[in-house]
Write a protein that binds this ligand. Structure first.
Ligand code: MG
Length: 258
């Protein structure tokens, strides 16, 4: 199933998206917590505003340097264990939302990524059991202020600013993510073209490592790292991250004007 969150101008609702990505069948409640029941209402996707398909209840856990070609392009080694950082849920925005480039950074980069949405509270999950706690998958842009990342050492500010974690367009709940093409276009130009098969640590291993450190709650999100090809994004440019089998996430970047 493809589950989206949307608004028609009123309270946000969840819905099932059809295979063509054109129609939404509205469902009642939040599918993370309740059985999926259709309300009977339907919408054309062009008539609604899609929202981030999930608001992480407690955290987004990012994974750094999980593709060897990306680690190398920034002159870094692949860490032996997954390198984790935290992004506050206030950084999450939805498909189509603008990403504001803050005045405190002059070097913002896109990072196209597969995102894992956790379905239930869990801790110390073995890799073999990881599928049982995964609700589904969506697409992320792990937006990074590269200058602040270098200067701060800690990555909290560089990756956690408001709007720096676009998620969407929806959550796909049935998907084999072991070998999916991942592409990023900036204003239509291909910049990243990778496959999730090249992750150093796959999704199951990441769930094991992350849950060894943190209790995960329903709606928490794990970003799985980015392949090579990252680069700066400037005022007015649109970034599209697409993961095969899920869909494409579009966001325009705009410079804050004081
Ligand atoms: Mg990243």
């Amino acid at each position: 199933m493809r589950i989206c969150r949307f608004t028609t101008g009123e309270e946000p609702a969840f819905g099932l998206v059809d295979g063509a990505g054109k129609k939404i069948a509205e469902i009642s409640g939040d599918p993370l917590y309740t059985r999926i029941e259709l309300t009977g209402a339907t919408h054309l996707i062009e008539d609604v505003r899609l929202l981030a398909p999930v608001i992480p209840r407690s955290k987004v856990v990012g994974i750094g340097r999980n593709y060897a070609d990306h680690a190398a392009e920034l002159g870094n080694e692949v860490p032996e264990q997954p390198l984790m950082f935290l992004i506050p849920n206030t950084a999450v925005v939805g498909p189509g939302d603008p990403v504001v480039l803050p005045e405190i950074t002059q070097e913002v980069s896109f990072e196209g990524e597969l995102a894992v949405v956790i379905g239930r509270m869990c801790k110390d999950v073995a890799a073999e059991q990881a599928q049982q706690v995964v609700f589904g998958y969506t697409v992320a842009n792990d937006v990074t202020a590269r200058d602040l990342q270098r200067g701060d050492g800690q990555w909290a500010r560089a990756k956690g600013m408001d709007g720096f974690c676009p998620l969407g367009p929806w959550v796909e709940t049935e998907l084999d993510v072991t070998d999916l093409r991942l592409t990023t276009h900036v204003d239509g130009e291909l910049r990243q073209d990778g496959t999730t098969a090249d992750m150093v640590h796959g999704v199951a291993a990441l769930v094991e490592h992350v849950s060894a450190a943190f209790t995960l709650l329903p709606g928490d999100v794990i970003l799985t790292g980015t392949p090579a090809g990252v680069g700066p994004v400037e005022d007015g440019q649109e970034v599209e991250v697409e993961v095969e089998g899920i869909g494409a996430l579009h966001n325009r970047f705009v410079r804050a004007r004081g």
